[in-house]
Design a protein around this ligand. Sequence first.
Ligand SMILES: Cc1cc2nc3c(=O)[nH]c(=O)nc-3n(C[C@H](O)[C@H](O)[C@H](O)COP(=O)(O)O)c2cc1C
Length: 151
Amino acid sequence: MGDRLEIGIIHGSRWGAGLKCCSYLKEKFSSLGHDVKVTSVSETDPKTYTLPDILIISTPVYMSFSRMKVRRAAKAIAARGGGRAFAVLQTGGTEKIQRDRISLIMERQGWKRTAPTIKVLVSEKEKGELRPGWEEKISEFVDSVLSSKGK
Ligand SMILES: Cc1cc2nc3c(=O)[nH]c(=O)nc-3n(C[C@H](O)[C@H](O)[C@H](O)COP(=O)(O)O)c2cc1C
């Protein structure tokens, strides 16, 4: 195995679908020997947040926009650490990746994308379950995130 990476995952899950994705991400990255910390954006102070080697940002999509409090946290963290790696995961009811403003925010501050943004689908607009196939999607995302880091 390559170097042990510090992977930070921040999420703005409201009803739990996004949090479930993040827990699974943690399980996957941890099983490959990496250090993973999952935090809610509500508990994250962007000014003191320890910048990881890779930051994964998980956001629900409302009215085709990523959740405002996630965007705000991403923006404040992005301003502190250009040159680091990031990737974005959206949850929502429609297949399309919608207005991925978080990626724009990160790239504008010099962060490097490690994987294309993914969208993990839920069954209902509110309080939905993750739709079948979500684990495979996340596993592929993990491979994609790590392959561009050469791990
Ligand atoms: C008012 C409202 C608007 C929504 N708009 C979208 C949308 O534009 N696109 C989409 O894919 N999902 C949309 N959704 C579904 C949410 O994205 C979904 O409930 C959320 O991702 C679930 O994540 P959570 O369980 O982690 O909170 C909407 C949900 C609500 C309540």
